[in-house]
Design a protein around this ligand. Structure first.
Ligand code: IMP
Length: 203
């Protein structure tokens, strides 16, 4: 699987922030990212049972309907004592108003109900790259740590204010966002993608 300089890459996300981030990462490799939103491609339903399955179905749908290579990601928080929940349902636990105070309160309550105090957890990011009607590769990144309550910090998003990575004292909501971005599950999955020799490395 190779994507030479000048290739178009569909970023299978309707989130302009993600598209900007990927543009910055792939720009030096001569890749031209366009968003699935700009191409008005339909968003498939996330029916997979794993992060990888959901990333793959999004990448596959965008590549096949858009006619160019496509990149998609799926991510979330898995709590050991909750058998991996919220997992692929991480976004859905925040409800229709996407309020993560609700999602974090649910995690806290479910841990309390099970009598768990020191909850091990990890974030996962699955990143899939699909060629139209062709090959597909998936890269996984994880960051491990534990949860703390009450939530602390105003940086980041989602479950960041209750997550403390291994070796740290502060939550992802408290640390400098640059520090988080350098060590996150997303950074690790992207690192694997960039080291996969799929892109032109003659910078
Ligand atoms: P996705 O956009 O479908 O991958 O949604 C993933 C969900 O997982 C987000 O809405 C967040 O709730 C959660 N999540 C993923 N990555 C992070 C992170 O870095 N910090 C906090 N929450 C995250």
């Amino acid at each position: 699987m190779r994507l030479p300089r000048g290739s178009i890459l569909i970023v299978a996300s309707h989130n302009p922030g993600k598209v900007r981030e990927i543009k910055a990462l792939l720009g030096p490799h001569g890749i031209e990212p366009v968003s699935a939103g700009d191409l008005k491609l339909p968003e498939p339903e996330e029916t997979g049972l794993t992060f990888a399955a959901n990333a793959e179905l999004k990448a596959r749908a965008a590549a096949d309907s858009g006619g160019h290579a496509a990149l998609a990601d799926d991510s979330g928080l898995s709590v050991d004592a909750l058998d991996g929940a919220p997992g692929i349902y991480s976004a859905r636990w925040a409800g229709p108003t996407k309020d993560f105070r609700i999602a974090m309160a649910r995690v806290e309550k479910e841990l309390k109900d099970r009598g768990v105090r020191d909850a091990k957890a990890h974030f996962t990011c699955a990143l899939s790259l699909a060629m139209p009607h062709g090959e597909m590769k998936t890269f996984l990144g994880e960051v491990h740590g534990r949860l703390t309550f009450p939530a602390r910090g105003t940086h980041g998003f989602g479950y960041d204010p209750i997550f403390i990575a291994d070796g740290m004292d502060q939550t992802f909501g408290e640390i400098d966002p640059h520090v988080k971005h350098a060590m996150s599950h997303r950074a690790k999955a992207f690192e694997k993608l960039l080291h996969s020799h799929i892109f032109d490395e003659s910078l």
